[in-house]
Design a protein around this ligand. Structure first.
Ligand code: 7RM
Length: 637
């Protein structure tokens, strides 16, 4: 069993130990897992390569650590508590024993479709228990899963399938989101037109809607699992074999395939889960994220299940049938740990505290947030109205790339401060550097957040592009991993994340590249060029503001173009990427060398055009005046 910290003194002691001798610290943590063969070296690293390897020559299977290694205590204990979209539909409770059977059955199904170790399996599914089964079945046989969030468009799905050269796609006929039904399989059919690598598509029947099944390619999930046995030996994996790919946005238009490996990710997701949530056996833990994002991978599937936890999985949305949905679920299942995104809290806060009143939230012990900075108002609302001033809040900072939480309070242990992620977890060595890469020592400093020593959960490469991996994370500053975030360390040494310093925006906790949105806008036949920036938004954290230069105006004029540009982005990337503001402009502010001066556009979008800073390098200063005159104001700013 993974070691759990209990006191502030214990944390300080662990932290110091972990820094003095990181290899010994992580080796001790890794000892509590089941390895088919022990590693012969703990760590090999070089951030110049870059090259990072943990638990070298260690052999294991992550699902053996979830199931076989725990079954003697866990067989009849719930693993997944599934709450459907519609509160009138009956949920499901799946024990570790049952989940193990389903995982083995589906692992054999994948094998029967020709999937083997190292093959990529794309997964595009709603939040149903079979999604968890799908991930673990891949892990069982050593196939690499690549989950694509089911809110992505056909184009985005296809792009990810093609990049990973996935052999099989797992999906469903449709999905439920509040009152909406989403035609998942129609989106898949459109995507697969351009995906030559896909040999089979397995379709889980969720809505029962009429869909088309392509002869020879598509198979129903319930038919596919019929013929196979429920026993499947775990494939023995090397610690450094890839476990999964998860695509995330960067500052160019092309998403990056983040690669996580088996041994290090296992140790890190389990260790951080147990400590950050102070999970005790018997607790019910509820994370509202979608498994399509890293938070769901690490803190619905792997971390909790590796710790024998009861993980609640929710198919629906926070506001349907009413904005009390989360709190009804907390009451119904007596949830002990609750983990969500600030954007969800802000939207619920805006809908009024009456939706919390009368709900029994007394089971709650720990509250968590993730994905974006939490503002003080939302923090206090969470603390007062949900935690009733009894529950510590863990503001957990981390990234798809880090695999697990990096900076966070330990609940009930680390004294918290609203909007601060507080202190690094054991084993994590954050540093703050200025623009020149000089480390800023001591307290009360602000700069770029880097990490100067590897940790087991870190990404190892970008799928198919090790050079981009080097450039993105290791070339800005010498011998350090650069996170892309700005940060402040206050007078107490506490970390406060300030947000991205690159061209990545965070919209309702969804990470998006401004270049990605621009590429989508530029596909519009009437658009010449565009520039996209984020601006502060009271609910979403950041809103999307697009400055668009058109070739001509069609019927419907400016308003028509604005609407069709928004539609085009929703269609090309996904509904969550729809721009909030589209301003048609005659030109963009560019330097003499043709670079768009985003700083100026950001200021205008923020409504702070009075102080634009130095504009002397602009090719055409007059354009700025015109843009300011036509600037749009979001009431939610
Ligand atoms: C887990 C996740 C990563 C980016 C990251 C930050 C921002 C995440 C916090 C936060 C302030 C936090 N992965 N971020 N957590 N900002 N406080 N507690 O979100 O890859 O999708 O996004 O999210 O900018 O770089 S992610």
């Amino acid at each position: 069993m993974v070691n759990k910290i209990h006191t502030l003194g214990g944390y300080i002691h662990e932290y110091q130990k972990s820094i003095a001798n990181p290899e010994q610290f992580w080796a001790q943590t890794a000892e509590s897992f089941y390895w088919r063969a022990k590693w012969d070296k703990v760590l090999e690293w070089d951030f110049k390569g870059p090259n990072v390897k943990w638990f070298i020559n260690g052999k294991l299977n992550i699902t053996e650590n979830i199931f076989e290694n725990q079954l003697f205590v866990q067989k009849d204990v719930p693993a997944i508590i599934w709450e459907p979209n519609d509160p009138n539909e009956e949920g499901k409770i799946i024990t570790y024993g049952e989940l193990f059977e389903e995982v083995q059955r589906f692992a054999n199904t994948l094998k029967s479709l020709g999937v083997g170790k190292g093959d990529r399996v794309a997964i595009y599914m709603p939040m149903i228990p079979e999604l968890t089964v799908a991930l673990l079945a891949c892990a069982r046989i050593g196939a690499i899963h690549s989950v694509v969030f089911a809110g992505f468009s056909a184009t985005s799905l296809a792009e990810r399938i093609i990049d990973a050269e996935a052999k099989v796609l797992l999906t469903s006929d449709g999905s439920y989101r509040g009152l909406k039904k989403i035609p998942i399989k129609d989106i898949v059919d459109e995507a697969l037109e351009s995906c030559k690598s896909i040999e089979h598509c397995v379709v889980y029947k969720r809505t029962g809607d009429v869909i088309s099944m392509k002869e020879g390619r598509d198979i129903w999930w319930h038919d596919a699992i019929n013929e196979v046995s429920t026993q499947c030996e775990a494939e023995v994996m090397d610690a450094e074999d890839p476990l999964f790919i998860l695509y995330t946005s960067g500052s160019t238009g092309k998403p990056k395939g983040i690669v996580h490996t088996t041994g290090g990710y296992m140790v890190y997701s389990a260790y951080t889960f147990k400590n950050v949530f102070q999970y005790s056996i018997g607790d019910v833990y509820f994370c509202t994220a979608d498994i399509g994002w890293i938070t769901g991978h690490s803190y619905i599937v792997y971390g909790p299940l590796l710790c024998g936890a009861q993980a609640l999985m929710f198919e629906g949305v926070p506001t349907w049938p009413d904005p009390g949905r989360f709190w009804d679920i907390v009451e119904k299942y007596k949830v002990n740990q609750f983990y969500t995104a600030p954007t969800a809290l802000r939207s619920l806060l805006a809908l009024g505290a009456e939706h919390v009143e009368g709900k029994d939230l007394s089971s709650l012990k720990v509250l968590g947030t993730v994905g974006e900075p939490i503002n003080e108002e939302a923090w206090h609302w969470y603390h007062d109205h949900i935690g009733k001033n009894r529950c510590p809040i863990v503001d957990t900072w981390w990234q798809t790339e880090t695999g697990g939480v990096m900076i966070s309070p330990l609940p009930g242990i680390t004294p918290t401060k609203p909007s601060f992620a507080t202190l690094p977890l054991p084993g994590i060595q954050p540093v703050i550097v200025d623009g020149e890469g000089k480390e800023l020592l001591g307290n009360s400093v602000e700069g770029n957040l880097c990490v100067k020593y590897p940790w087991p959960g870190m990404l190892r490469t970008l799928w198919g592009d090790h050079e981009r991996f080097r450039k993105t994370y290791f070339s800005s500053f010498d011998d350090m991993y650069f996170t892309g975030d700005g940060v402040k360390r206050d007078e107490d040494g506490y970390y406060r994340i300030l947000g991205r310093v690159d061209d990545v925006i965070n919209v309702s906790g969804h990470r998006l590249g401004t270049a990605e949105v621009e590429n989508a806008i530029n596909e519009h036949p009437l658009v010449n060029e565009s520039a996209v920036v984020g601006y502060p938004h009271s609910i979403k954290g950041q809103g999307i503001y697009a400055f668009v230069v058109c070739t001509e105006f069609s019927t419907g004029g400016e308003e028509g173009i604005r609407t069709s540009v928004k539609k085009a982005v929703a269609k090309l990337i996904g509904p969550f990427a729809r721009p909030d503001m589209v301003q048609i402009v005659p030109g963009l502010p560019k330097t003499r060398s043709g670079k768009i001066m985003r700083r100026i556009l950001r200021k205008i979008a923020e409504g702070d055009a009075s102080n634009l800073g130095d504009t002397t390098t602009l090719l055409d200063e007059d354009i700025v005046e015109v843009i300011i005159k036509g600037a749009l104001v979001d009431v939610k700013r």
